[in-house]
Design a protein around this ligand. Structure first.
Ligand code: ARG
Length: 563
């Protein structure tokens, strides 16, 4: 049962206000002595020409009370205390009958949402920032799909641009083919860094790079073949990471895909009178909006990243007729997306309003400093492996007899990293700290996964109870707190979707795990004489495990049955 809906219906029978508005006004009070739900009466004062306190008193007297222990006026608030037995039964039975679809809905049906995420650059390492984009994008994809939206996950690969001319030049001069075979991205990165070092001494290399890029743009055979080789070698490595993370894309149309779609956009911009010359370049002036111009063509005639993003937005609108077009990209590109969206708006495209940049902070390491220019980068794959190895050590220490140790270490090690990324507000920087991340205590992935495994182990030992238990026996504070949390699962997803902020769901999962552990530590299940109470607690345990599993799945983390 949806209590907010029930309350809204009951209120709407007494006052003239539409259901949706009432439902939006309903709050969850901060303290339990203020009830489980509260309705503030201020908003009605004007329309009803009465004091809010008087309205709440009158409503408390007249409103339907079925399903509630009491409905009470407290100042301007109308407080609802649910009938605990009824609420508990509704909630637990709903979780256990819906199982893996508990919390889902069809509210997004018929709406297409494009999510541009991960989007690493070819011939460059997949770094920690791309992991940030990958896990946020993946989680949004999963949550939105769960609520019925039709998501299109696009990996907008950085696979085009003048740097590929430089890379071809570097390849021809310095590439070690054996090294390339063994560790492609490391070798490509090495020669790319070398190119920059050498070009400082010999500037003619830059012109050579431009020449190769021109050939690539013109589709010449040798250059195209080399580019294809760089691209497919890189994709193989990226795929390893995606496989470990369990991430899927619907399209890998990256920047190169728009090579033949830019002329049309440039023409359109020109026709609309927006294209102006500036120092030899062709730009859209955004001075009026306090932004630097959006560069469409550089002075050498080459298109850039922004040009391709404009073409991509046009293409996505035509192809997917999107309800929303989301870009999960670091906050260093805030200005870039503002310029893109403004340019689309100036071009007269209403869909500019539906484009949204979901930005995120930086990733720092507590124990090392990095400089990409010197080729000093941390490869994500190495980092994930390190996490898995460290988790393995912990498991060997804590539970040496565990079955499938390797599989568990992989799931928990990878999950620990994903969790770290999604646990705080995405705009916040992340400081990487192994000890904190892999700890089985505190707000970590291993802690939540351990909580799940613990619940499952109880259910394995005592057996699940099939059937409706007497939930009125679940009287303790912890039990009811847990049940209330379980009931709030879908609301947590909705809030995370509304703010495009997966951490809202992650925090919710942490809360469930904490309250479950509190419940489990304070209340016996095993040696209970009261069979009925035991049954009710087993059902509650099973429901809590189910919700943790569903929640973790939506942030892209798998559970383990034992650990
Ligand atoms: N490849 C870019 C980078 O690594 C991210 C691309 C994001 N997507 C986009 N449509 N611009 O910074």
């Amino acid at each position: 049962m949806d209590y907010k809906k029930l309350i809204a219906k009951n209120i709407s029978e007494k006052i003239e206000l539409d259901l949706e508005t009432i439902e939006k006004l309903i709050e969850i009070p901060p303290k339990s002595d203020m009830g489980d739900y509260a309705f503030p009466c201020f908003t009605l004062a004007k329309a009803l020409r009465k004091a809010p306190n008087a309205i709440s008193i009158e409503l408390a007297e007249n409103i339907a009370k079925e399903g509630f222990e009491k409905v009470e006026a407290q100042g301007p608030y109308l407080n609802f205390f649910v009938d605990k037995a009824c609420f508990s039964k509704d909630t637990i039975e709903e979780v256990l009958s819906k199982k893996e679809i508990y919390g889902s809905s069809k509210i997004g049906e018929g709406k297409n949402i494009v999510i541009d995420f991960s989007s690493p650059n070819i011939a460059k390492p997949f770094h920690v920032g791309h992991l940030f984009s990958t896990v946020i994008g993946n989680s949004l994809y999963k949550m939105l799909s769960f609520e019925g939206y039709n998501c299109i996950g696009i990996n907008h690969l950085g696979d085009w641009g003048t740097q590929f001319g430089k890379l071809i030049c570097a390849y021809k001069r310095w590439c070690d083919l054996t090294a390339l075979e063994k560790d492609p991205i490391k070798e490509l990165l090495r020669i790319y860094v070398k190119f920059h070092d050498e070009a400082e001494k010999d500037p003619s290399l830059e012109a050579e790079g431009r020449m190769y890029f021109k050939k690539l743009e013109d589709g010449e055979k040798e250059e195209t073949e080399l580019w294809n080789k760089f691209r497919s070698l890189s994709l193989i490595e990226f795929e390893n990471v995606y496989k470990l993370l369990g991430v899927h894309f619907d399209s890998f149309s990256g920047e190169s895909f728009y090579n033949d779609k830019m002329d049309e956009v440039i023409e359109e911009i020109d026709k609309k009178g927006l294209l102006v010359e500036s120092n030899g370049a062709k730009v859209v002036s955004l001075e009026e909006y306090n932004m630097p111009p959006c560069i469409i063509k550089k002075s050498d005639g080459a298109t850039i990243y922004a040009t391709r993003d404009l073409a991509a937005a046009e293409y996505r609108n035509k192809t997917y007729d999107f309800y929303k077009n989301i870009y999960v990209v670091g906050s260093d590109q805030i200005l870039h997306f503002k310029q893109i969206f403004k340019t689309l708006e100036l071009m007269g495209h209403d869909y500019a309003q539906k484009c949204k940049h979901v930005s995120f902070g930086l990733v720092r390491f507590s124990d090392r400093k990095l400089s990409t220019r010197k080729g000093d980068v941390i490869f994500l794959e190495d980092l994930l492996k390190e996490s898995i190895d460290k988790t393995s050590e912990i498991i060997n220490e804590k539970n040496p007899q565990l079955k499938d140790k390797e599989k568990v270490a992989t799931t928990v090690g990878v999950g620990a990293m994903v969790f770290t990324y999604l646990k705080n507000n995405r705009e916040k920087d992340i400081v990487f700290d192994w000890n904190e991340m892999l700890s089985f205590e505190g707000e970590t992935g291993p802690y939540v996964q351990y909580t799940y495994a613990r619940a499952k182990s109880i259910l394995r030992k005592l057996g699940t109870f099939e059937g409706v238990a007497d939930y009125s026996l679940l009287k303790s504070e912890e039990e009811f707190e847990l049940i209330k949390l379980l009931e709030g699962f879908q609301n947590a997803i909705f809030m995370a979707i509304e703010k495009l902020e997966p951490s809202i769901l992650t925090r919710y999962i942490i809360d469930i795990a904490k309250v479950f552990n509190k419940f489990y530590n304070l209340h016996r299940i095993k040696s209970l004489e009261d069979e009925n109470l035991k049954k009710a607690r087993l059902r509650l345990t099973e429901a809590a495990a189910q919700v943790i599993k569903n929640g973790l799945d939506l942030i892209g983390i798998e559970v383990v049955e034992e650990m």
